[in-house]
Write a protein that binds this ligand. Structure first.
Ligand code: ADP
Length: 328
């Protein structure tokens, strides 16, 4: 059976982008077709300025939302990164095969380090090395496939390169993984600035639909989405990013094709209204299940404890093999 691994950072409240680009596939497809592991990558949240108590709260919330989205702990392994030491143990070995230059070329590093600097904060060394830790997250489990949104494809490429380089230098140790990027909603864009992605750490929440937003808040955000100066509804991601984003979201929520859907609308207003309702309907069962899970926090803890134990037993042989391959 194929091994699948993916993760989510507790750096903010989870968004519709996280759900349509990644989480939904994990719950609806991946956990059934593969031996799948899903991880709340809390160590990655320490790479930028943070409040530790908030990271802890958001980790729990992310795990609860993953269960609410349909991950079944009987079918997959759900755990928190910092509970399994193998990730950092392996990360160091991979740092020794990674090159300074290739790390500095990472797009997210460049964007996030500029953002930290613009806020007058010092850039943490871990922000530069975080894709190596991510490679360790993936490689520790002999992962074949990493289902991610488009924004993470470059980091998965790095994991591939590090695996291949390590294997070449020290002998065959790691499976070389590949990214699996969805066809629809691979990159959900911010509703207010549709040329940048909908990210959970955006300062203004107006362009971001959070998974726990009330229906009326979702409606307000979608109805106020920035569109383009034209009037006809056409699917063009370059010339009409705002409208294309709404069509992508509607298609992802209803299972349609964005281009085909565009022909059914004569105005932006009607498209926004249908998109808003489609998002509300997609989020409704998830929010209901989230409320139920919050009533029993002990059950979520138990899932995470068992998940960490299982993950540890899966990662240890591979990480031990990596140390042995080097002769340590
Ligand atoms: P974020 O950018 O929200 O911090 P993470 O790094 O935690 O996201 O990524 C979790 C998963 O969600 C990844 O697979 C990522 O590719 C996906 N993802 C995040 N934002 C979007 C988006 N706007 N559109 C599609 N997928 C996304």
């Amino acid at each position: 059976m194929k091994r699948v691994f993916s993760g989510i950072q507790p750096t903010g409240h989870l968004t519709l982008g996280n759900y349509l680009g990644a989480m939904r596939r994990w719950a609806e497809v991946d956990q059934y077709r593969a031996d799948a592991l899903f991880c709340v990558v809390d160590l990655h949240a320490l790479t930028v300025e943070h409040d530790p108590a908030r990271v802890r709260r958001l980790s729990r919330q992310a795990a609860t939302l993953l269960l609410a989205s349909g991950l079944d702990p009987e079918r997959c392994t759900l755990f928190v990164q910092s509970h399994v030491d193998e990730h950092t143990r392996l990360s160091y070995l991979l740092e020794c095969v990674a090159a300074d230059g290739e790390m500095r070329r990472m797009i997210q590093y460049r964007e996030k380090s500029e953002r930290e600097a613009a806020r007058g904060r010092s850039v943490r060394l871990s922000l530069l090395t975080y894709p190596v830790l991510m490679a360790a997250d993936i490689l520790a489990y002999g992962t074949d496939e990493v289902p991610v949104g488009e924004d993470q494809a470059q980091h998965v490429e790095l994991a591939r390169n590090l695996a291949a380089r390590f294997n070449q230098r020290y002998g065959s140790t790691f499976t070389v993984p590949r990214a699996a990027v969805p066809k629809v909603a691979a990159r959900v864009m911010n509703l207010q600035t549709p040329t940048s992605k909908m990210g959970k750490s955006d300062a203004s929440g107006l362009g971001v639909v959070y998974l726990l937003d009330e229906p009326d808040v979702v409606r307000k955000k979608v109805l106020r989405a920035v569109t383009d100066s034209g009037r006809d509804v056409v699917y063009d991601r370059v010339e009409r990013p705002g409208v294309a984003n709404l069509l992508d979201i509607l298609a992802a929520c209803t299972g349609g094709d964005p281009e085909a859907l565009s022909t059914g609308y004569a105005s932006y207003g009607a498209l926004k209204k249908d998109t808003a309702e489609a998002v509300v309907e997609v989020l409704r069962p998830l929010q209901q299940r989230h409320r139920e899970l919050c009533a029993d926090p002990g059950a979520v803890d138990a899932v995470l404890r068992a998940g960490a134990e299982r993950a540890r037993s899966m990662a240890r042989p591979t990480v031990d093999a990596a140390y042995r391959a080097i002769g340590l």
